[in-house]
Design a protein around this ligand. Sequence first.
Ligand SMILES: Nc1ncnc2c1ncn2[C@@H]1O[C@H](COP(=O)(O)OP(=O)(O)OP(=O)(O)O)[C@@H](O)[C@H]1O
Ligand SMILES: [Mg+2]
Length: 258
Amino acid sequence: MGEALLSISALNKSFGTAGKQVQALQDVDLKVEAGEFITVIGPSGCGKSTLLRIVAGLDSGFSGDVALDGMPIGGPGIDRGFIFQEHRLFPWLTVEKNIASDLPLRNPEIRRKVEELIELVKLKGFEKSYPRELSGGMAQRVAIARALLRNPKILLLDEPFGALDAFTRAHMQQVLLDIWRANRTTMIFVTHDIDEAVFLGSRVVILEPRPGRIRRIVPIDLPYPRRKASSSFQELRLKVLSYFEKVEELELTDGAGI
Ligand SMILES: Nc1ncnc2c1ncn2[C@@H]1O[C@H](COP(=O)(O)OP(=O)(O)OP(=O)(O)O)[C@@H](O)[C@H]1O
Ligand SMILES: [Mg+2]
């Protein structure tokens, strides 16, 4: 096995607000190989967003080592794409201009790439539409295309489908897997949803809160495309759930003490 694409070791991050110290992440170690699809799951406040933000270079003031392709992360960069729960598109720009963002669509190479991405995220015919004319799922697909335009080494997704209804969500999971299989972009995908984590991930990272740490990493050795109704899927889902329940118990006991 070669050098990991993303290497996180002994990562600690705390926040100090109003005289109170919160240990958001404690001793997190994680190696992600190029082409992996990592899903991260855990209760609210366990540090999922903090972990993604540190990899994105949006949060500094941590201790430990975080390196992408052997280079320590010192700030945001185009080698990492970030997708938030809400699409964050520019309302005054069309779909194609949102995807191009600050790159000139007049450039034939960029236009060709934007057209390819519109095809990939299945938005053909909506190039000239504005975000207000799109459904939540469509808008999120524009955001994914925009992030992919710069060929990031890694895509960081923070509950990207959390605001979508169940049908749209299932469809978006399929679209994202198609993109992953076509491009082999490495993914780190944060979710609250166990089904989603097991359906998408080649490994599921389970975090536990206060302080946020890795409780368990569960490999999902199921071939794609996966069937949520299959017994092997259900078995793995229950396995993840059992760790997750332990985390929740822990949280309830913690809460009772306050
Ligand atoms: N900017 C900040 N200032 C102070 N504390 C913060 C800040 N950001 C996060 N925290 C704290 O760090 C911990 C982890 O927060 P984080 O947002 O990473 O959790 P999360 O797992 O993403 O939660 P959720 O599932 O609700 O999105 C929480 O206790 C939170 O209160
Ligand atoms: Mg979060």
